[in-house]
Each structure stands twice: as C-alpha cells, then as structure tokens.
Design a protein around this ligand. Structure first.
Ligand code: FAD
Length: 319
C-alpha cells in the first residue's frame, strides 16, 4: 500500500522507520535483527536507504593511478523485497540520482514495480567523497525533481525509448516522497529558494515530504508554516534520530548540517558515561515526539541507522 494511503486512512500518528543496508558480507538476518524489536509498534512502512559507490585509487605499474568503484552497502531493492515477503510490511526504497544514468534508473524502477513495491523516496544523493560538489552521471538526473519526473512518466506508462505508451503501470504508479530540510539544505543560498525547489518537487508529483533529522521542534513547526504559506499542502513527516553517543554531537551537525540545541548539547557534554548519553537522547526524543504528536503530525519517522534500541524505548513511551 502507498504511504499516502496509510496517512489518509489513519486518524492517529503513524510509526515508521528507516534502516540502512548492512556492510557487504553481512546477511539479511542483520536486517531482521534491527526490525524485529520494532514490530510491536506496528510500523506502517519501512524505508531502506540507498548508498552509492565510493571511489578508491589504486597505484598500478608505471605509477599511474586507477580509479576503482567500490560498493559498501549494496542491496536496497533486495532488502525491500525480503521485508515485504517476510513481514508483509510496506517498504520505501530510496532511489538517488547520483551514480545512475536515466536508463539505469528505469531498470531499477522496472525491478521495483515487478516486485510489487508501491513507494519510492526520490533523492538526489550527495557528492561522492572525491568530488567537491554533486556531479550527475552522463544522461543522469541532476536534481531530485528530475527523478520525480522520470518516475511520474513511468507511472503514466511512458518508458524512455519506447514510442508507444504502454498501459499505466500495474501497481497503479509509485507513490513518491521527497526530502525537506527544516534547517535549509546546506547548498542552497537561502530558505526561499530551497522552498521554491521543494514546491517544484511537489508540483512535479511528490505526494509527501520527509524531513531531515532535527532536534528543535520549533524549527519543524516554522518549516511547516513556511511550506503552507508558500502553497505546499502535502503531508510533512518529521524525521527523528535519537542521539546515542557523545561523538554524535560533532558528527551529526557535520554530516547533516543541523544544530543540536544548547540544552541538549550541554547535558551530553556534562557526562562521560555513554549509557547516560543514550538515556539523555531517549528522553529528548520522547519529549520531541510527544510535542509533535500534539501538533498533529501524520507520522513520526525514525532514523535507526542500524540500531533500534533507543527508537524502541521512545516508541514504547509514545505509541
Ligand atoms: P534536491 O531536491 O535535488 O536538492 C539539492 C539541492 O539543490 C538543494 O539545495 C535544493 O534547494 C537545490 N535544488 C533543487 N532543485 C534545483 C533546481 N532545479 N535548480 C537549482 N537548484 C536546485 N542520500 C543518499 O545518498 N541515500 C539515501 O538513502 C538518502 N536518504 C535520505 C532521506 C532523507 C529523508 C533525507 C532528508 C536525505 C536523504 N539523503 C540520502 C541525503 C540527500 O541525498 C542529500 O541531502 C542531498 O544533498 C540532497 O538531496 P535532495 O533529494 O534533497 O536533492
């Protein structure tokens, strides 16, 4: 079932979460181990992230450097299929522009449709470590909106190089979600143009938005208001990631371009005990979620990053 149908059908706040494919070499059981503890909260859907290849340089005979592409976390499509098969829970594979030509994107879409997957979170992806800024593949999609448009075309039965339209797709078309940034996307010069690009993604066919993680609800509330004022009407699902280690005080702002509120950062700074840090993160998450539910959010989407313990404790307190 589509995410948007889950939202429309429900009178209360839904629970969903995101997992990431394990490092290559591990089995599907490591995925099940992170899902099983969260089943009792009846997740409406489970997102599976996509991780593009990285590049390494190997020194070859004669001293020249060979650029080699390495995949560290493969398997998004297969994991989605395995989850649907084992748990009968809807999945949302993340699909990115980076590393994909439009032909490869079409092949991925055909596979997803064949497997009976109804949803896609359409993203641009970040630059690979060896590039200063994002570079699309030759004949690839440049922005998430271009990917949204390609999915919509396929939903309408229009493939890239086939003259004739086929009937629209057998799953009735993918439900498309896109990303939003309550603290602004880091590359965008200002909030107004970030919102303009977000609105364009919705007008192109995105049916809901999932936000980047945040720790200050006021930023989310303000973001929702700015979206509504600029005519974005679709559901805006907040993304929550409980802080669980002291190191994350530096890594989360660095990787996700978000702020950790002073009160939370101070509380974590004051202790050397990692167990206590986890407790602080859980308590902050519970208070955040309670306030979000009161605000009437359609769903709370948790970033597990492969660890379900803190999410389980928060979900236990609020669902
Ligand atoms: P876009 O919507 O393309 O926006 C990127 C930037 O370009 C923004 O600054 C935007 O304002 C600007 N922009 C957009 N359209 C235009 C235009 N037409 N002209 C000029 N500028 C434009 N990354 C992964 O690699 N794998 C994942 O699984 C993944 N999951 C994510 C899930 C969520 C919920 C979120 C919030 C992010 C996720 N990301 C993931 C990270 C994401 O790929 C990055 O944040 C990326 O930098 C931007 O992606 P986007 O889809 O928002 O891009």
């Amino acid at each position: 079932m589509k995410v948007i149908e889950h939202i429309k059908k429900s009178k209360s706040t839904l629970f969903s979460f995101e997992i990431l494919p394990p490092l290559k070499g591990k089995s599907i059981h490591s995925i099940y181990e992170s899902i099983d503890p969260l089943l009792e909260f009846n997740p409406s859907f489970i997102n599976v992230t996509y991780h593009r290849e990285e590049y390494i340089y190997k020194k070859r005979e004669g001293g020249y450097l060979e650029k080699i592409s390495v995949r560290k976390r493969p398997g998004t499509v297969g994991i989605c299929a395995a989850i649907i098969n084992k748990y009968k829970i809807d999945t949302v594979p993340h699909l990115i522009c980076g590393g994909f030509s439009k032909e490869e994107t079409e092949n991925a879409l055909i596979d997803l449709q064949f497997l009976g997957i109804d949803n896609i979170l359409a993203l641009r992806g970040d630059a690979v470590k060896t590039e200063v800024s994002f570079i699309p593949e030759p004949n690839g999609n440049e922005h998430a909106i271009d990917l949204v448009k390609q999915i919509v075309q396929l939903n309408d039965g229009k493939y890239l190089y086939e003259e004739e339209m086929t009937n629209s797709t057998s799953n009735g078309g993918f439900c498309i979600g896109v990303a939003g940034y309550p603290e602004k996307h880091f590359e965008c010069p200002n909030f107004a143009s970030d919102l303009k690009h977000l609105k364009a993604k919705v007008e192109a066919g995105a049916e809901y938005i999932v936000t980047q993680l945040f720790y200050d609800n006021e930023k989310y509330f303000n973001y929702v208001k700015l979206c509504r004022d600029s005519g974005i009407k679709v559901p805006i699902i907040p993304g929550i990631k409980p802080i669980s280690t002291q190191k994350q005080l530096q890594s989360l702002p660095k990787f996700f371009h978000i702020e950790v509120p002073e009160q939370l950062a101070d509380a974590i700074d004051k202790t050397d005990d990692e167990k206590k840090v986890k407790e602080i993160g859980i308590e902050w998450g519970i208070q955040q979620c309670k306030e979000l539910i009161k605000f009437g959010v359609p769903c709370i989407h948790f970033y597990t990053m492969g660890k379900s313990e803190s999410v389980r404790k928060i979900a236990g307190a609020i669902f």
